[in-house]
Design a protein around this ligand. Sequence first.
Ligand code: NAD
Ligand code: MG
Length: 293
Amino acid sequence: MTPQTPDTQDSAGFPAQQQTPPGLTEDMVPTPDHGESSYTGHDRLVGKKALVTGGDSGIGRAVALAYAREGADVAISYLPSEQEDAEETRRLVEEAGRRAVLVPGDLTQEEDCRSLVATTVEELGGLDVLVNNAGFQMARRESIADITTEHLDRTFKTNLYALFWVTQSALEHLGEGGCIINNASIQAYQPSTSLLDYASTKAAITNFTVNLAAEVGERGIRVNAVAPGPIWTPLQPATQPSEKLESFGTDTPLGRAGHPAEVAPAFVFLADGASAGYVSGTVLGVTGGKPVF
Ligand code: NAD
Ligand code: MG
């Protein structure tokens, strides 16, 4: 029987290392665990059609893998420079016997957000689950004075504008029993000074989640968020100061960072109508023990 527990033995801090955004999985030491050898599906999403933004790597790849092993077909979006990571997610989805659709694009651009949903619906034949997972942060700065307008645009357009654009388009296709799951963050509740702009967007995402759930509930559509704590993904070496990775996650009650494989089951639970059919407008923390309230 395949073990259900991801490999976490090497997670108490990481070697100093640095990449430029968006970062690639292959250059990370150690390689993140996306559940490749641990996730066992139980037919919880059979026949569902899911779109996972930023599904090439990190949490998004683990979600795509888990959804596929639960029986869903999966479309993923990613930046063109992440093609090799996207190909690996495709391989994992197809290995699970499901369809994978790869849609490269830049979600800071409205037309890319709109065409992402259109392509997904055309290729998969519909849409049941939208996972708004793509995100951008940059923690290598000291003060609010260091935040340029260009940087602010990138953070807010990736994390918030895209959330509105992709969700608007997806709601034209989601029906009764459909659901939306947003990737928020512990940063919505315990913001780091070095992530002032990013943390602001994550707080907005939790607000958006509760508010949209109230709007679309009457259509039988559920809207929830997952708030991860420190998770070992390409985002970290691409955006944190190199030396900070050596203690990354050790300030949590569990004393370590999590792997993407440890976050994906929360996205499965929220997508599975049989388990979470009465769960909407909530934020599920996967934080290693840090409070999300
Ligand atoms: P990741 O780098 O693997 O995934 C982020 C993805 O966002 C990238 O793969 C990229 O495809 C996508 N993206 C970024 N800018 C984009 C753009 N302009 N156009 C299209 N796609 C773009 O890292 P991750 O940590 O798995 O991040 C996934 C989500 O998890 C993000 O929303 C992040 O804020 C959130 N999160 C991460 C952590 C963590 O510690 N890693 C903690 C809390 C929340
Ligand atoms: Mg990536």
